[in-house]
Design a protein around this ligand. Sequence first.
Ligand code: SF4
Ligand code: SF4
Ligand code: SF4
Length: 494
Amino acid sequence: MNTYHNSEKKINYMMGIDFFSVSIYNKYLELINYMKFILDKKYIIRGWKNSLYVLINLESGESRHISPLEFQAISFCDGNTDIDDIFILEPHKVIIRNFLKDDIIHISSDEKINKNQKYFSYDCSYIKQIHWSITRNCNCNCRHCYLSSPDKKYRDMPLDKCFEIIRQIAECGIQKISLTGGEALIRPDFWQIVDFILENKIKLSRIYTNGMAINESLIYNLKLRNIKPEFSISFDGIGFHDWLRGIKGAEISAVNAFKILNKNGFSTFSEMCLYKDNAHTIFDTVNFLTNLGVSGLKINVVSNTGSWMNNKKNHEISTKKAYDAFLRYIPEFFGLGSPMNLQMAGVFACFKGSRNFFVPAVKCTDDYKASVCEHAKEVLYLSSEGEVLPCVSIDLAKTNIKKTFITKSNTLKNILNKSYYLSIINLKIKELLKKNKTCANCKYCSLCGGGCRANAVLSGGNYFGIDLQMCEFFKGGYFEKIKEIAKIGSATVA
Ligand code: SF4
Ligand code: SF4
Ligand code: SF4
């Protein structure tokens, strides 16, 4: 506390009033306290080599990059510093007021900031989240599976190696892990992995599952640990889920899983793989899932890879036909008041209840300084073999990208300091265009930026190649068509 300033405040405030009056004295104390603020307990501040100041909400797992000025301002919110101090400038005070409005800080009543909340910097690059496939084993038999291969030699990574990886993740300051498979929930040591994640103070943010292993015992185990990860459950269209999943009763299992989770207050969303036979079910599927309490749906065309190569005959849908199905559905979606969060193949995204939609495929290219994929830059995909990749979909096909594995000697920290992996996630669009003349010379490049890297790999096995889905979208006039169609539902592109 700055005594001089508080005395001055006292004098100004007390003008003409008996200082020793108890009520006024209390008011005076309150006034002093109003000058001190403290970072809310759910927030911590961390830094990395390439992201100097990041404010992290431990409850939601959300991160916010803050400027050096914001960092200075938040440093004054330690419960003890009087922000009326002459050294605290007006711009800091403006920021402090905004943080107060956002509930990031609150008025301090002689509290002290926790040691864990204080700024700490990690000696590597920033990664927000690990998306980890902990097994390739699965209890489904999907006709489009890209992972659960009949490789008899496959063995899950032993538990001690999983622990080592979790330690390395913690050492890099990564705050969130989402688990996937195969089917993550059938790993016999699943709870030991979860417990070690929690012991290392990492948030288990989401579990990707086919839903077949979701039951009351799972809910009991989650409640026992006081955790509430979100669940993403595959659902491939009413009446068509079993066929694609290769298991009779898979659809009922998925529906029951949604019911159990939603009844117990877990947030759920879904992913639908689009193929020829289920393309007409989008309307009914969205309504059905909405009624089940599912918060959002992501629809993607089945990828031309893995088992699908043998099963797709007479069932695959062309990109063009998929876009046509989306175009037919968009007015209906807005007609129902945007019943859930919806994303369709990177060409349409809208939040529940909104009339503004956006086209994720249109990148903010900013003179092509943006990265080729902002998602891959922050979320690292870790395969069941310990390979690090820009995203799960890039594991699908043979690529021209070099393999990088986490080992005891090549730790995650090393990888996040210098590696081929790091160079490809940080690749800027303008660097991509030097390697890809077709995109560089394309008239849609300022919108498309070369498209998605996973699709580029699927389009021709080249990480730096063109994305045929985006070529169809832009060159086939679908970008314009989606904007026009949305107008029918009085929606606007945000
Ligand atoms: S649920 Fe996933 S991992 Fe399992 S068989 Fe289906 S696609 Fe493969
Ligand atoms: S539309 Fe095709 S060629 Fe043009 S920038 Fe996009 S991916 Fe490249
Ligand atoms: S590379 Fe493509 S599929 Fe992978 S995260 Fe980026 S946009 Fe998504």
